[in-house]
Ligand binder design. Structure first.
Ligand code: HEM
Length: 252
């Protein structure tokens, strides 16, 4: 079978399988993220307390299982793709345009992955556990406060906001970077580029965590209260990072 020819070579079946796996679990993760933000949250706001508690236990609980494990699998498949890039002996990968693009995508992707496990799931575990206890005639968990629910909601919006920039740079790494620019090593301006990207990244992540002016900071209210605004400003953010960061600050 041809698929086994040069299996581990760059471009061989191992890399194709890793990419296909990465995209499959990636769409599972991000698809559920969009379901939570665009469908579930607005719908839950219209449900009665009892119906919401039941939906949390029966729907959200299941959706979160796929969501968090797909996030982990996306991360792991991403590492597998990198291992092939490394095996290819392409030593300029991370200093070239393609590597710079994927490092940008990974900055956002890995942050999103950590937000899922470190904030969203940690909070939802408590909230759903509390709803479960109430449904069984027990007491609510005192840790399941509105503040905890809000911290998970803010992170979910932060991830939605980041997702457009993350996906652009994922795809751009293999299908654009070095194609309409040159494919050479990025020689200068990299520090300026990274400073620019890191400042924008840190501002949104720290805001989402409530570390800049609290969970109800002016930025959070503007960008995260309404999912349509999260989409709009998320695309503006991508445009700013791409046009100013990539096109202007990074030499071709
Ligand atoms: C969680 C951390 C992530 C890591 C470490 C990661 C890593 C990578 C790597 C190394 C590549 C190959 C780049 C190249 O060919 O030069 C890639 C491509 C890609 N990634 Fe990710 N990724 C992550 C998250 C995501 C997510 C959440 C999605 C959402 C669907 C995604 C979608 C893609 C797509 C569509 C490609 C392009 C594949 C191709 O054109 O062949 N990635 N990623």
């Amino acid at each position: 079978m041809e698929i086994f020819n040069r299996f581990f070579d760059p471009g061989g079946a191992f890399e194709v399988l890793a990419r296909a796996g990465h995209i499959l679990v990636g769409i599972t993760w991000i698809g559920l993220l969009y379901y939570f933000n665009f469908v579930q949250t607005p719908a839950f706001a219209e449900l009665s307390d009892g119906a919401r508690g039941e939906a949390l236990r029966k729907i959200t609980f299941r959706a979160l299982w796929w969501f968090r494990w797909a996030a982990l699998a996306t991360f792991l498949f991403g590492l597998l793709i990198i291992s092939v890039q490394e095996m290819s002996g392409d030593n300029n990968y991370f200093t070239g345009q393609r590597g710079t693009a994927i490092l940008t995508g990974m900055l956002f992707g890995i942050t999103m992955f950590l937000n899922v496990w470190g904030v969203i799931w940690r909070a939802q575990k408590v909230i759903i556990g509390s709803a479960e206890s109430v449904a069984n005639g027990g007491e609510p968990d005192p840790r399941a406060t509105p503040e905890l629910a809000k911290s998970a909601a803010r992170m979910s919006r932060t991830n939605t906001f980041f997702s457009f920039t993350m996906l652009w740079f994922m795809v751009f790494a293999a299908h654009g970077a070095g194609f309409w620019g040159t494919d050479g090593t990025v020689v200068g301006g990299t520090i300026v580029y990274w400073l620019f990207v890191l400042i924008l990244w840190a501002f949104v992540e720290l805001s989402g965590l409530g570390l800049i002016g609290g969970l109800d900071s002016p930025f959070n209210k503007l960008a995260f209260n309404d999912h349509k605004k999260t989409i709009t400003y998320g695309f503006v953010y991508l445009a700013v990072i791409y046009v100013i960061g990539w096109e202007l600050l990074l030499p071709a």
